[in-house]
Ligand binder design. Structure first.
Ligand code: ME8
Ligand code: MG
Length: 643
């Protein structure tokens, strides 16, 4: 039987609901699965949740619930985000399922029986946030031992535990990395792991006696299995490991073709997991795709830092597919990528609305105006048209190559490049004039654009499934996931007839509103919902920001914007400035003119709706989420700096 293409995401801790970072990994896996389906592969896509361990137990305790009640209460939040974002997983795995517990126990029992696991005393430190035993060699000062990964204080542990003989697998692992150079992608991560293994592996502790919220250790229920070892097993228990009735199914799916993971958890995945599999006599996964972090102001977006962005708020505002596209196009998989609303809005406006959506729109409008909604492919294309055809074939090859390397941003860049070529061709041929003078030439232009857009739609389909389905509708094509595969589509064969359909614009340009204020306010909103470890800044960081009080001397609405007000602000001896802010729906102009309030005075000038804003208004948010400006209790001289 043909091997199923198997792709997985990390299983997420259920100590809080998913955020943009969790969405990012899941989205990558979804795009990989959809891409493989288009290539005609049978695929299996696994995601799920990591529900045991101290971290989750603590979160449950804080919420005043039993661990099981607590984890059950968080699951709907994960499922609804995945559903909203069209994440087409096959199984949502939960580590509290009986089948998982049984499978994990079976694996550990086998290692115990073989002598790969032995009992001894563990003395050292444990980081609950990372669920990690902190290795002795990383420790200098035993008073306050901080976690080498996350920097938080660790707890001292001295208990009898079971150890896995990881040290026995050092050479085998090194040989494996050597024989399988693509095992860990990208290369930087691979070097990191090889260095780590070369520096010497110690046996690892794989059980706890003081963590009752876990899977009981086989034949010794004083212990629970260390949460990481048990969690890794989900990749096999989800597809039938440990269940003899599912052995055959398991054999067609395992090994995983790609495990998608963030760089924070690569050591568990690319060292511990392969060693455990070697010990169990199971095949090793083919590849780890390791991505960087989504950052906000250069810091990792994380539950514990409280700077997370809620994916639901984001798609409510911008739509699901534009957010999916943005995350893959603008965050190179090999690097960390900063999230900003300004970049997202810019991307939607220029790449999606102008470059892609408008091309379809303009073509269909022109066809409609000239009664040419049905177009046949010309018998022979002109040399100009053939150049576009050649560029299309080029785009498809290059896109395919980048997708094989999982370089989504480069693949999508190819499409943009191709769309520029098609747009240029469309304009250079002035089809609106041809419609009056040369109907066959006019129809040829339409055919070229329609064929180009058909290819583009299928290639971006894994990234924007809904929008590309719509685009195809505009070309009169109904998409069927099960049968539409590249092999039968023959996108290089430009002999299609099209029956165009008028649609609403595919993408709407976002209002350029208070980009920076929005970042700040959405972070502030999140921080009230979860326990926060505030990160601190140096005094010198604070000293960079100049806040001044000024009087708003005039304010007027900006054309073509629902939200922006253009204000003149008097900063006394520091001058008069034009500042824009997205507060129009929330206040009456007569209420704010004459008012003193606070502005970031030294922010680099930026364009909003085509106008320059020379500073930024600061505002709070009232209970309904509407911005409210801040006034000094008594009048101060204009230009006063806050300190
Ligand atoms: O580590 N940017 O769960 P977790 C990009 N349960 N990706 C991010 C991210 C960010 N800012 N923040 C989180 C665990 N992620 C374990 C995994 S697997 C057997 C067990 C993503 O909830 C990224 O994939 O802390 C990271 O590796 C994962 O979420 C960690 O999720
Ligand atoms: Mg984490």
């Amino acid at each position: 039987m043909k091997k199923t293409f198997y792709v997985t995401t990390p299983i997420y801790y259920v100590n809080a609901k998913p955020h943009l970072g969790s969405l990012y990994s899941t989205l990558i896996a979804d795009v990989i699965a959809r891409w493989q389906m288009l290539k005609g592969e049978k695929t299996f896509f696994l995601t799920g949740t990591d529900e045991h361990g101290q971290k989750v137990a603590q979160a449950a305790h804080q919420a005043g619930k039993s661990p099981q009640e607590f984890v059950d209460s968080i699951i709907p939040a994960f499922k609804s985000v995945w559903e909203r974002y069209d994440i087409a997983y096959n199984i949502f795995m939960r580590t509290t399922l009986a089948s998982h517990k049984q499978g994990a126990q079976q694996l550990v029992a086998q290692l115990l029986k073989q002598g790969d696991v032995y009992k001894s005393l563990y003395e050292g430190w444990y980081c609950v946030s990372c669920e990690t035993f902190v290795t002795n060699k990383d420790i200098t000062d035993t008073d306050t031992v901080l976690c080498t990964t996350c920097g938080r204080p660790t707890t001292h542990v001295a208990e009898e535990t079971y150890f896995f003989k990881l040290s026995a697998y050092q050479e085998k692992l090194l040989q494996w990395y050597k024989d399988n150079p693509h095992f860990i992608t990208p290369k930087e991560r691979s070097h990191e792991i090889i260095n780590f293994v070369e520096s010497g592996l110690k046996d690892i502790s794989i059980s706890r006696t003081t963590v009752p919220w876990g899977v009981p250790f086989p034949d010794d229920s004083v212990h629970t299995i260390y949460v990481w070892v048990e969690a890794l097993c989900n990749y096999i228990t989800a597809i039938g490991y440990g269940d003899s009735a599912k052995q055959q199914e398991f054999n067609t799916i395992w090994p995983a073709d790609v495990h998608v993971v963030g760089k924070d958890i690569i050591r568990f995945h690319a060292v511990y997991w392969p060693a455990l599999l070697m010990a169990a006599g199971l095949a090793l996964p083919k590849r780890f795709l390791v991505h960087g972090w989504i950052t906000v102001d250069k810091q990792k977006m994380s539950k514990s830092l409280g700077n997370v962005i809620d994916p639901i708020t984001l798609c409510d505002e911008y739509g699901v597919d534009p957010v999916r596209y943005f995350l893959l196009k603008h965050i190179p998989i090999t690097q960390d990528g900063n999230f900003s609303y300004a970049d997202l809005e810019q991307c939607i406006t220029s790449e999606l609305a102008n470059n892609l959506g408008n091309l379809l729109n303009r073509m269909v409008m022109l066809a409609e105006k000239n009664n040419s909604m049905s177009i046949d492919a010309p018998q022979q294309f002109s040399p100009e048209a053939l150049k576009v055809h050649a560029a299309c074939i080029d785009m498809m090859h290059t896109y395919d190559r980048h997708m094989q390397d999982y370089y989504f941003h480069l693949a999508l860049n190819e499409i943009l490049h191709f769309l520029h070529i098609v747009n240029a061709y469309f304009h250079a041929n002035e089809p609106w004039k041809l419609a009056k003078t040369n109907m066959p030439a006019f129809k040829e232009v339409l055919s070229v654009v329609a064929h180009s857009l058909r290819a583009v739609a299928f290639y971006i389909m894994p990234v924007m499934p809904e929008k590309m389905r719509e685009l195809l509708q505009g070309l009169g094509i109904t998409y069927t996931q099960d049968t539409d595969i590249f092999e039968t589509l023959r996108l290089d064969n430009w002999n299609q007839p099209f029956t165009l359909v008028t649609l609403l614009p595919l993408f709407t340009k976002p209002d350029t509103l208070m980009n920076d204020e929005k970042t700040v306010s959405s972070i502030a909103q999140q921080t009230t919902q979860e326990p926060v470890h505030e990160s601190t800044i140096e005094f010198s960081d604070w000293a960079k920001v100049v806040l001044r009080i000024g009087t708003i001397t005039s304010a007027e609405p900006v054309d073509n914007s629902d939200k922006l007000l253009r204000m003149q602000v008097d900063f006394g001896t520091f001058g008069l400035r034009q500042i824009l802010a997205g507060i129009k729906p929330f206040c009456a102009i007569e209420d704010i003119v004459g008012t003193q309030t606070v502005f970031v005075y030294n922010l680099k000038p930026r364009k909003m709706a085509g106008l320059e804003s020379q500073g930024m208004l600061l505002a709070g948010k009232d209970e309904k989420g509407a911005p409210t400006i801040i006034r000094p209790i008594s009048t101060v001289p204009n230009g006063t700096q806050l300190q």
